[in-house]
Design a protein around this ligand. Structure first.
Ligand code: PRP
Ligand code: MN
Ligand code: MG
Length: 196
């Protein structure tokens, strides 16, 4: 734990090593179940660390003589946690870039499914571009009464209803630079609150 976060955290929920073991297993499963080339689509910003490690493990699987599958990489920024209950998601891709999804096997890579709103809306959008298939890998799914019931094809860990940070998950853009997935404490929420 870096010094600057030492007093801001309640507990370590998932240590970095445990995350990496799980990501490696998910990578193997994804390659096993792949039916052709994959467009691996990173949901920024929170998904970037999981995406990077997942793609690395898929490459290693190939190096070790396992089944190979060609990957192309895509990045999208989606906005949520806005406090709005309806609010359509906005994709950062141009219309032309979205047309590229037609006929492809897409794997969306996300850090966390909380209410599920972001993912349900993202899937709805992507399906308008007639991909061959769309699957979702989320490192975390939160057990919350606010869930809309959406469950991804690949899940790393189901976690309790707590505000978690680290491994690219943020609180006001902080804590992305933390290896472990941790629960933030009240002091941390104050220390890293938005200041105007
Ligand atoms: C967070 C998280 C998911 C989404 C989950 O992203 O990374 O994308 O919210 O919430 P939901 O299931 O309730 O829709 P955020 O909008 O904070 O952006 P970020 O990834 O850039 O931090
Ligand atoms: Mn996100
Ligand atoms: Mg965020």
């Amino acid at each position: 734990i870096p010094d600057h976060y030492e007093d801001a955290l309640e507990s370590v929920l998932i240590p970095h090593g445990v995350i990496m073991d799980r990501v490696e297993k998910l990578a193997k499963l994804i390659v096993q179940e792949a039916t052709g080339p994959l467009v691996v689509c990173c949901v920024l910003k929170g998904g970037h660390q999981f995406f990077a490690d997942l793609v690395n493990y898929i490459k290693k699987n190939v190096t070790r003589g396992g089944k190979t599958v060609p990957l192309s990489l895509e990045f999208i920024k989606v906005k949520s946690y806005s406090g709005e209950t309806s609010g359509e998601v906005k994709l950062s891709l141009t219309e032309e870039e979205c047309q590229e999804f037609q006929g492809k096997n897409i794997l969306i890579v996300e850090d966390i499914i909380d209410t599920g709103k972001t993912m349900v809306q993202l899937l709805q959008k992507l399906k308008q571009y007639s991909p061959e298939s769309v699957k979702v890998a989320s490192l975390l799914i939160k057990k919350t009464p606010l869930s809309n019931g959406y469950i991804p094809e690949y899940v790393g860990f189901a976690i309790p209803n707590a505000f978690v940070v680290g491994y690219a998950l943020d609180y006001n853009e902080y804590f992305r630079d933390l290896d472990h997935i941790c629960v933030i404490n009240d002091h941390g929420k104050m220390k890293y609150a938005i200041k105007n």
